[in-house]
Design a protein around this ligand. Structure first.
Ligand code: HEM
Length: 459
């Protein structure tokens, strides 16, 4: 970064909403509406403003260039919020998402080949099988809760691709592994949100249940690792096998690291993808013409492994309007200067991913769902794909993007092929609630099966 010409300003000089003594802006925040509140303040105070939390200063950045600059300067100058690393470490799952510095560099080098296109092609059989189960489930009955069903879908996909385990929550319930996984996610959320890490001194029954769940999951992963080490397949059909093939200067993943990566994929790959698919179906539900264009495209280009320009434009448009992870919380590793603002070490920097995508200066008629904008000539209308970064940016860009795109495209293709669908009459639109991912709470769809000839599933 070039040196500023004048002395940097203090972050206290930034505009921002007035807060309370000691508690700062904390009492003004509504956790489930955080994404909207931070957008509103961006509009009011500008794309770079300050907030204060008890014992902590925070800068919110909704300027796309500055956001990318921050994300690019990792792991040296910025890191993820430090509590993530300590909490994931305690759970034995300090993997690619939460590790930092040299440890992260090593993991990234070892893990990235596991996400490559050749492996994804082999993972595709799993996707086809599980997408067909979702189709059967929705043919049997319209979903009461679309998002819950899509979470079953992504749980089944990620469990098969990490544990090599066919958990099949779409067609059955009560599976032991599923029960263990159900302990992990709420407890992780709880620990990340609680100000005092009480479990380091005293464990409640829920913390003991978490320990038991993690132990059982570790046993499961160790068994997959042992099988994969013995069989050493050159054509991996899951992430563990793919990661075992990775070597970097003679180094490879240890069994403990493989467990951490398996859990990381389960955590990073589930809610993000199921909510992206849910928002996509929500946007498509009011657009029968877009549904028809997808049908027409998938008849010509049936495999989601191939480029499907229109379907991909629909995904891009849906994620512009509702990126599932709209806020990325970073922390300054050392004292630094962000453009002309002095940031002491430990300052939180909250990157607002969604805001620039909703500005007229970046996308003409920004609140309109218009997949076509990604395909036609901009013709003088604002269209800046570079400011839409739903998968992050820089060296820590989401490695699961390829798999997520396959999952979301498979769900959309299957739904359009099998059903005409719309939002039910008289049901209010879903409520967008922030829980790390933005969730469409109460999303329902009316699914009308299409004539049998159109419904044949080709994958
Ligand atoms: C639509 C679905 C998804 C969305 C919106 C999403 C979004 C993101 C974002 C915003 C980040 C942070 C990037 C950054 O800091 O610059 C991230 C990181 C990550 N994602 Fe995803 N993700 C999705 C699906 C997945 C899937 C399916 C997997 C695994 C199979 C995955 C694995 C990861 C991992 C391991 C990281 C951490 C990378 C690192 O720090 O080096 N994600 N994702």
């Amino acid at each position: 970064m070039s040196a500023p010409l004048r002395a940097p300003m203090s972050l206290l000089d930034l505009p921002g909403p007035d807060g309370w003594p000691v508690l700062g802006n904390l009492p003004q925040l509504t956790p489930t509406r955080l994404h909207r509140q931070l957008d509103d303040w961006c509009a009011e105070y500008g794309p770079v403003y300050r907030l204060s939390m008890p014992g902590r200063r925070l800068v919110v950045v909704g300027d796309p260039e500055l956001s990318k600059e921050i994300l690019r300067q990792r792991p040296g100058t910025y890191r993820r919020q430090s509590s993530i690393e300590s909490i994931m470490s305690e759970m034995g799952s300090n993997g690619l998402f939460s590790s930092e510095g040299e440890a992260w560099r090593r993991r990234r080098r070892l893990a990235m080949p596991g996400f490559n296109a050749a492996h994804l092609t082999r993972f595709h059989t799993t996707l086809e099988l599980i997408t067909e189960r979702l189709r059967r489930r929705w043919l049997a009955a319209s979903p009461e809760d679309v998002r819950a069903d899509l979470t079953r879908y992504t749980v089944d996909v990620t469990a098969k691709l990490t544990f090599d385990y066919d958990i099949n929550t779409l067609e059955q319930s009560g599976d032991v592994i599923q029960q263990h996984l159900e302990h992990v996610f709420p407890m992780l959320n709880r620990r990340l949100n609680i100000p005092l890490p009480y479990w380091r001194w005293v464990k409640l029954p829920a913390d003991h249940a978490l320990d038991r769940a993690l132990e059982a999951l570790r046993t499961e992963v160790n068994a997959v690792v042992a099988r994969a080490r013995t069989a050493a397949p050159e054509q991996p059909t899951n992430f563990i096998e793919a990661f075992l093939l990775a070597h970097d200067g003679g180094e490879s993943f240890t069994d403990d690291e493989l467990f951490a990566e398996a859990l990381t994929i389960l955590i990073a790959g589930q809610d993000t993808t199921s909510n992206a698919a849910a928002w996509l179906l929500y946007h498509l539900a009011s657009e029968p013409e877009a549904q028809e264009r997808i049908r027409e495209e998938i008849t010509r280009i049936p495999s989601t492994l191939d480029r499907q320009p229109y379907l991909e434009a629909v995904v891009a448009e849906s994620m512009r309007l509702q990126p599932t992870t709209p806020l990325l919380l970073m922390e300054a590793v050392h004292d630094t200067v962000l453009r002309d603002i002095a940031l002491p070490a430990g300052t939180w920097v909250l990157v607002n991913v969604r805001y620039p995508g909703l500005l007229e200066e970046n996308f003409a008629d920004p609140h309109r769902f218009d997949p076509e904008r990604w395909l036609r000539d901009a013709d003088g209308r604002a269209h800046r794909p570079d400011v839409a970064i739903p998968f992050g940016s820089g060296p820590r860009f989401c490695p699961g993007r390829g798999l997520a795109m396959l999952e979301v495209k498979s769900v959309a293709a299957m739904t359009c092929r099998t059903f005409d669908f719309r939002l039910p009459d008289g049901v209010p639109p879903p409520d967008d609630r922030f829980h790390f991912a933005v969730i469409p709470v109460g999303l329902r769809l009316d699914l009308a099966p299409r004539p049998a000839a159109d419904r044949e599933f080709e994958g």
